[in-house]
Design a protein around this ligand. Sequence first.
Ligand code: AMP
Ligand code: MG
Length: 312
Amino acid sequence: MKRAICIFISLALCLCAGCARTGKVNKTLFAMDTVMELSAWGKDAQEGLDRAEKLLQELEETWSAQKENSLLSKLNKGEKVALTDRQQALLDKMEELSVYTGGAFDPKLLAVSTLWNFTGETHAVPTNDDISKALTLKHWDLGAALKGYAGQQAVEILETLKIDRALLNLGGNIQTYGKKADGSPWNIGIQNPDGGDPVGIVAVTGTTSVVTSGDYQRYFELDGVRYHHIIDPATGYPADTGLRSVTVICEEGLTADVLSTALFVMGLEKAATFWQEKGGFEAVFITAEGEIYATAGAKLSGCEFEVISYEN
Ligand code: AMP
Ligand code: MG
């Protein structure tokens, strides 16, 4: 009898170890002002997600524009701060991407966004004068890029630990890593700007970032007008280009995040030209009329849409 119990316990322990080796680990946390849901599979999946959580919190501590003592806030106050090579490289990349997008992505719009006060309780449309002044201030805000960058950095951690695969949902910024066990693609839903079920699904494989910028994510309404959080740097007003959302699909999280914001500001036509000229990513656009457009390489399904091809 004792022997039978021993065998049973050893078997159970073996199965558990097997489970830990290949099983799925989940983690939900709040960072960067949003709920994040992380899932990972593989032997060191728990360690991977623990390290990813630490990374997300460190990035927030460093780059939050809202935390008074963050490195970013100190930079914005003009304090002398020593930057690590990695930190300097991120800021350099921000400037570079701003130029790359013809200024549609502008990582120094903090004063303008603060003026609009999208997250506050009370709302008013700022005066033209105040907007003009705010546009001159050039205070850093990495809000349009940080979650994408975080996803990319998290992948580095998972790679080092040789995790089998992972699916990171950083407040709607999706980062996949590795291949699914059955070889099928990851299916990522594209949110309906009016809520409810996703409007369609994009299929991606391996390490890919799927990031959406939309006018429904942060906004207020006054006199029937929606004022949303994606600012046209040329005017200081919410970008009014007839789009409800832009989803960008590409390998690098930072690029996907930056481009989703920038393409929203550009509008459909300019964004399509940008895609044709620069390449390296795919995109899905939802217009104010509810039409859906997808670049030729976006593996979109589950909805009717028009394809943007290279010949257009
Ligand atoms: P996202 O949701 O990634 O499109 O980022 C929007 C956030 O980025 C806003 O809440 C602002 O903090 C900031 N932002 C707004 N407009 C821009 C812009 N044109 N370029 C860069 N950052 C922006
Ligand atoms: Mg963005």
